[in-house]
Unconditional design. Structure first.
Ligand code: KIV
Ligand code: NA
Length: 282
């Protein structure tokens, strides 16, 4: 298969074929997502939560994002690569947003960037980044970087006022130059209404089946966490595998075999001193 381009994504959208997107944060996850034939790979700031163990995405830095982007770039050769602008890297002024976006593309090797929110200053930032020649994805609904004013990780657009505000933001983001918009945690009717009002694809996460595509976090969809772990995947996330169980099983077997002396057995002890050289050691 060939590298996924913006043109290919637009073609899929025009044919009403669902666009697939999954997050990745490092070389192995990027290889997996790429090999699976997923259209778009998002180097999400969700890295802060699923990779670094923070409770929010707020502490994630540009330095960390660049490190994740570079690792993903080395593992993914076909996916269209999108890097998240982390909290604090684009809110102050359009030139700050452009500088951060440029480094995710230039140093991080991303094909596009994503930023959260749809207020006036975000619209200005999107315009400035787009003017700099960088493809931008918007992200509205539950925007984890603004939990401070959303009042926590909660669904958005539940009232008609809330839904109308999201639709307005979506239209402004489209006009500002976004080539797609992520809709997170909104009722499926809101996802449907926004999708049918736009000329660009919507990528839903907890936003129902009527979006132009879907995105999920790698660790959540694969069931990477141990079932006894407190950090569980969100309600909308289907676990397509139980990789955490497989990992725990493998580690438990290794521990048992080393403890009992069963590993390493003869088969895994490949090196022998050359004949006639035993005097070196004995
Ligand atoms: O960081 C992330 O993983 C995201 C997706 C949930 C859209 O922004
Ligand atoms: Na994100």
């Amino acid at each position: 298969a060939q590298k996924v381009t913006m043109r290919y994504l637009q073609l899929k959208f025009a044919r009403k074929e669902p666009i697939t997107m999954v997050t990745a944060y490092d070389y192995p996850s990027a290889v997996h997502v790429d090999q699976a034939g997923i259209d778009m790979c998002l180097v999400g700031d969700s890295a802060g939560m699923v990779v670094h163990g923070y409770n929010t995405t707020l502490p994630v830095t540009m330095t960390e994002m660049l490190s994740h982007c570079k690792a993903v770039k080395r593992g993914a050769s076909k996916c269209f690569l999108v890097g998240d602008l982390p909290f604090g890297s684009y809110e102050q002024a359009p030139h700050q947003a452009v500088e951060s976006a440029v480094s995710l593309v230039k140093e991080g090797g991303m094909d596009a960037i994503k930023l959260e929110g749809g207020n006036a200053s975000r619209i200005t930032a999107v315009k400035a980044i787009h003017d700099a020649g960088i493809a931008v994805i918007g992200h509205i609904g539950l925007t984890p970087q603004s939990i401070g004013i959303l009042g926590g990780f909660r669904p958005q657009g539940l009232t008609s006022e809330g839904a109308m505000k999201l639709l307005e933001q979506a239209l402004l983001l489209e006009a500002a130059g976004c080539f797609a918009i992520v809709l997170e945690c909104v009722p499926s009717a809101v996802g449907a209404a926004i999708t049918s009002s736009l000329q660009i694809p919507t990528i839903g996460i907890g936003a129902g089946p009527f979006c132009s595509g879907q995105v999920l976090v790698y660790h959540d969809l694969l069931g990477m966490m141990h079932p006894q772990h407190t950090k569980v995947a969100p309600k909308f996330c289907k676990q397509f595998a139980k990789v955490g169980d497989v990992i725990q099983e493998g580690l438990a077997k290794y521990r048992a075999e080393v403890s009992s002396g069963a590993f390493p057995c003869h088969a895994y002890t490949p090196y022998r001193i050359n004949p006639g050289q035993t005097d070196l050691f004995l």
